[in-house]
Design a protein around this ligand. Sequence first.
Ligand SMILES: Cc1cc2nc3c(=O)[nH]c(=O)nc-3n(C[C@H](O)[C@H](O)[C@H](O)COP(=O)(O)OP(=O)(O)OC[C@H]3O[C@@H](n4cnc5c(N)ncnc54)[C@H](O)[C@@H]3O)c2cc1C
Length: 660
Amino acid sequence: MAKVLDSKIPAGPVPEKWKEYKAHQRLVNPKNKLKLDVIVVGTGLAGASAAASLAEMGFNVYNFCIQDSPRRAHSIAAQGGINAAKNYQNDGDSVYRLFYDTVKGGDYRAREANVYRLAEVSNNIIDQCVAQGVPFAREYGGMLANRSFGGAQVSRTFYAKGQTGQQLLLGAYSSLSKEVQRGKVKLFTRYEMEDVVIVDGRARGIIAKNLVTGKLERFSANAVVIATGGYGNTYFLSTNAMGCNCTAAVQCFRKGAMMANPSYVQIHPTCIPVHGDKQSKLTLMSESLRNDGRIWVPKKLEDAKALQAGTKQGYEIPEEDRDYYLERRYPAFGNLVPRDVASRAAKERCDKGFGVNNTGLAVFLDFSESIQRLGIDEIRQRYGNLFDMYEEITDVNPGEKACTKNGVDYYYPMMIFPAIHYTMGGVWVDYELQTTIPGLFAIGECNFSDHGANRLGASALMQGLADGYFVLPYTIQNYLADQAIWPRLSTDLPEFAATEKAVEAEIDRLMNIKGKRSVDSIHKELGHIMWEHVGMGRTKEGLEEGLKLLKALRKEFDTNLFIPGSKEGLNVELDKAIHLRDFILMGQLVAYDALHREESCGGHFREEHQTEEGEAKRDDEHFFYVGCWEYQGDDTKAPELIKEPLEYEAIKVQTRNYKN
Ligand SMILES: Cc1cc2nc3c(=O)[nH]c(=O)nc-3n(C[C@H](O)[C@H](O)[C@H](O)COP(=O)(O)OP(=O)(O)OC[C@H]3O[C@@H](n4cnc5c(N)ncnc54)[C@H](O)[C@@H]3O)c2cc1C
């Protein structure tokens, strides 16, 4: 009989579900909270907000991160902003509209009830962060300022220059620090979770590696929460921080947590193009730039050829010879179409030969019009640090005038191209953010829950903080309510010993391969396979070939990997090797999921399934479900697919339209 997943969506109309849930869920009384321990792995926006909130409620929290400070979590890199339905601009926003935009942006592949809850709590997040002192940008009169992000026709994005993630993380970190000071949070920096410990079918602890001493340590708790971020680095080159990895999530998958919609990977349209084969990282240029920057390529192929040859510069091409292709194709949303749509449109132009840099793989993002309209001071105030970052990397200043022709000022345009950025797929969780392993929860980017097949800009920070501040602190109580009767579990239990032994054996196996290839060289090859065969445009043949290559790459990893040094003490190469082992498995999952999903939706584009105009063509009749994958006991075995059907009642499922 086919396995059935219980998503635990509460009964009742969509707008009432969360209120109903909270009214009837089980709670833990204050005295019992003091007896209960929760492990939170991760100190990004999701993990730090959850750890601080749970500790403030009275639980004892053990909080882990791989960096030397919680503040170095990848969330710090978030630039553009965070969405909320405050409607401060009086431009027609509402909880419903944020909910609707998010479901539509995700190409109708998200769970309705989760998304409504996200939109509902979005406003609380802003209040919480303002109370913490997060310095959001303000209007002259003192009101919080907003800007627009893709997939919306309202301005609902709150921001702090181009450093929103950093400022939000400082807010969460200050709450966390207060709890550390009170003794309610015990912080373990430079510790990496290597495995989850299951006792009697429940998550009861973790095995973590002290990254400085190399020693494995055991930690027990009444529940385990992973908030360990996304798997974008599977592609080697991405906008993610170098340390981002999916080891905790993949290890939970090996232990029985399902992985949902892994093929939903986001390719961000505005990144600095790849400029050589020695790069290990790509740089994002925030989507906020699309508020005032206009994206274009030349109308004439000869101009594109001259740009590629370096005999012409972008600013030399006059207005009438520029093709603002997003404004042309999508008049209603223009440059603010969602990321998947903008990325594919850039690829389409470049595939047709209109790319503007020496590789032909770039388009322009141009501020000439907005600088003339608003003045350079205003534009610098909005995007100054992003302009500086672009100049530092490329030596071109997008705020500098290049020439004046026929009374029109032309500024140096940025060159941008799509790059791997975010992963909508992740660990399957139910409405309570609990995985298929009782007592194991997943929050933030590492779960799959709210973005369907494409995440809208500025919604990841919203989701991470919603999960950590406002959802998990409620739902975890429903699980913990009857756990206080259990004595604190000893880490001497055989389950802890066996799990630690298995991790140790795996580390020994990797150290003893003693082959010839560095971790990075294999990772680079993985990235190449993923980008070529499981990237922006996918086909049945390409995916089958990709899976073959991934199988061969796993063999290469298992037989020809070389890790210098020893497992004792600090060994960064060993840590990277562990991550790579799991990226390879994740890559296979992405490919399996992409192969089975014979439709195009959001970030998953199967070239066989597109309209005549090159838009994604969904197949709601056959694929209106969450694709959940179950481990079959061995990395070399194909995972099994289990479907969670989607049910929509508040929103009519239709074809996405950003044209009118
Ligand atoms: C360049 C860039 C800009 C972005 N800008 C925006 C934006 O403007 N708006 C927006 O909404 N989103 C943005 N995003 C997306 C957003 O930043 C992320 O989705 C979000 O910050 C993820 O938060 P998180 O808490 O889930 O994970 P992370 O911030 O990635 O934190 C993961 C945590 O887990 C820890 N960890 C990982 N593995 C282990 C392990 N095995 N053991 C112990 N600890 C572990 C890490 O140390 C870290 O503390 C951006 C992303 C990028 C790459």
